[in-house]
Design a protein around this ligand. Structure first.
Ligand SMILES: C[S@@+](CC[C@H](N)C(=O)[O-])C[C@H]1O[C@@H](n2cnc3c(N)ncnc32)[C@H](O)[C@@H]1O
Length: 325
């Protein structure tokens, strides 16, 4: 996690009774396991929101940052002059955008939970690039209209919406943005929501910049597998205290799509599973531009490419820029 965010979260929780936060984390977990969508915000008060910020924000921040890095690699002009974060909550995606492209820009965060916006605004005071951000109450639904923005992010929100509201949101984002980045949990259901959004964005004239090497249909057979990635989240002692357990890190699984109207050069292929390193060879599961999934075996005989394969990580473009295939 980036340091100012870690410090801001630590300061925030410092002032709150840990019992209260632990109880709010339990409530949050129960709510997120329950039936969503809900008719009213899950984040109802400051304790809920503080619990969310401590318990989930470091992970959603890393997932969005990872998706934005892949988007930035594929789109030379990706750096946005304006950013609209819909269902932005405490603002994880706004921090991820400023971590990807430093400096100030026009930033608006929309959410229906006032306590989340208030806390997001408070944490953002520690980030000079977010000093002028607007934190506005808005309900995602049929009547949603969005002001034009270079980049719209929708991070871990589709899960909380009805099918009709998901459609309304993706269509509104497509109408307002040059680029749209959507991130969901890396589960079969999260992947299904991402694919549904991907299809709508392509229909609206967008190209897929990442993770897919093409804008044709996803080659994964529905129900058999799901495209997802993993982001490492360093846990502060405070994070360990709220979440329990003693590991120094956790891996956040996420699914995403980054779509754009800008000129894009998607990766020739992407590593879609953790590479398997064997004696003298690396096995790479790739999603390729030819709209297929393929396992490539890269051996010592491939020279520099073999070295690159040993360094390759789940989610990377393949082959790495500048290397021969
Ligand atoms: C899981 S949180 C994600 C927050 C943030 N985007 C992140 O990645 O950490 C989902 C957010 O969506 C908001 N949300 C859910 N349904 C909404 C709706 N119908 N209108 C506006 N906001 C909504 C919630 O209030 C909450 O802040």
């Amino acid at each position: 996690m980036n340091d100012p965010l870690r410090t801001a979260l630590a300061e925030l929780l410092d002032g709150l009774p840990s019992k209260e936060v632990a109880a709010a984390v339990d409530r949050l977990i129960a709510n997120y396991r329950g039936d969503t969508p809900t008719d009213a915000p899950i984040l109802r008060d400051r304790a809920d929101v503080a619990a969310y910020a401590a318990y989930r924000m470091p992970a959603t921040f890393e997932a969005v940052r990872s998706a934005l890095a892949a988007f930035a690699d594929a789109v030379p002009g990706a750096a946005p002059g304006s950013h609209l974060d819909v269902g932005g909550g405490t603002g994880a995606a706004t921090w991820a955008v400023t971590a990807t492209w430093p400096g100030g820009r026009d930033v608006t965060v929309l959410d229906w939970a006032e306590p989340a916006l208030a806390l997001g605004r408070q944490i953002a005071a520690a980030n000079p690039a977010l000093r002028n951000a607007r934190w506005q109450r808005a309900r995602i639904g049929a009547g949603l209209t969005l002001d034009p923005a270079d980049l719209v992010t929708v991070s871990y929100v589709l899960n909380e919406l009805s099918a009709a509201d998901r459609t309304a949101l993706v269509d509104a984002a497509a109408g307002a943005a040059q680029s749209v980045v959507i991130v969901e949990a890396g589960t079969p259901a999260g992947y299904a929501r991402v694919i549904e959004a991907r299809d709508r964005l392509i229909e609206a004239g967008f190209r897929i910049a990442a993770p897919c090497p093409h804008s044709a249909a996803c080659p994964i057979e529905p129900g058999r597998d799901w495209c997802h990635f993993s982001a490492r989240v360093g846990r502060s002692s405070l994070h360990r205290q709220v979440k329990g357990g003693s590991l120094a890190y956790e891996d956040e699984k996420f699914s995403y799509v980054a779509a754009t109207r800008l000129p894009a050069e998607p990766a020739p292929a992407r590593v879609v599973r953790r590479p398997q390193i064997r004696k003298g060879q690396v096995l790479l599961d790739l999603c390729e531009a030819e709209e297929q999934l393929r396992r490539a075996t890269v051996t010592k005989r491939h020279g520099d490419l073999y070295k690159a394969a040993r360094d390759a990580e789940w989610g990377d473009a393949w082959p790495p820029a500048g290397s021969a295939s």
